[in-house]
Design a protein around this ligand. Structure first.
Ligand SMILES: [Zn+2]
Length: 247
């Protein structure tokens, strides 16, 4: 984690509400990713960028929880960043699935596609219609469930990092669990947490020493933490009363 990146986080991370992907796009753009590249990313490519973003700013594991479908016990797990990084990038070319003796072809959806269909009544169907390619086209609303599943499976195979499912077993009853991870939401939450912690540090150090925000953010993390600890200790210590006399 570089000190410059903390200032960048303060300058470019949109605080508060808003869709995680939109807020993360702002930060990715500030980190140097071009608009055209961001728009043409597949969801898998976007997720790869988000893992790198998390590594750069937050580091460590992404902790998540899933409720057991059988006994409702909350199970904690770490999103497997290493395994995800090792997955291959999206394949080039079209995804094809057989349908009624013919072949349907689709482009692998990009972030531009995802954004374009965001307001559709049925995002999944709208996405298929938008990404349909090749000579044979069937309106997504007319496809049966088996065809829809086949296309989804083909997309997952073509862009392995797009859909993140972590499989585990319930710690209480042992039932197999499959947690679908919305990586953008987790990374955004961790960045919100980091931003809030940095704000508290800046507030504390600035109040105690009068230093400016950028100077405080430029401190090495360890030294910043030591200053915060010292200020907290001093605040907790009882204030000794002194007898004062007029000059
Ligand atoms: Zn269980």
């Amino acid at each position: 984690m570089t000190t410059a990146s903390l200032s960048m986080l303060f300058d470019h991370w949109p605080i508060g509400s808003g869709a995680a992907h939109g807020r993360l796009t702002a930060l990715l753009r500030a980190s140097g990713a071009g608009d055209a590249a961001l728009a043409s990313d597949t969801l898998g490519a976007r997720n790869r960028r988000l893992i790198a973003l998390h590594d750069d700013w937050v580091g460590g594991a992404i902790e998540a929880q899933v409720a057991c479908t059988a006994c409702a016990t909350m199970n904690s797990f770490a999103v497997p960043k290493d395994a995800m990084r090792a997955l291959p990038p999206a394949q080039d070319g079209l995804v094809t699935v057989p349908y009624g003796g013919r072949e349907l072809a689709y482009r692998v959806p990009t972030m531009a596609d995802i954004e374009a269909v965001g307001d559709a009544a049925d995002v999944r169907l709208a996405m298929l219609d938008r990404c349909a390619a090749g000579p044979v086209r069937v309106a997504a609303a007319d496809l049966d469930a088996a065809a829809l599943d086949a296309i989804e499976t083909a997309f997952d195979r073509a862009d392995p990092l797009a859909s993140i499912v972590v499989e585990s077993a319930c710690s209480e009853c042992g039932v197999a669990l499959a947690a679908s991870v919305d990586l953008a939401a987790f990374v955004a939450t961790d960045l919100d947490r980091l931003h809030a912690a940095l704000l508290r540090d800046v507030d504390m150090i600035a109040s105690a020493y009068g230093w400016g925000e950028s100077a405080i953010l430029a401190l090495p993390a360890e030294r910043r933490a030591r200053y915060v600890a010292m200020i907290a200790d001093r605040r907790a210590a009882p204030v000794a009363r002194q007898r004062v006399r007029p000059l």
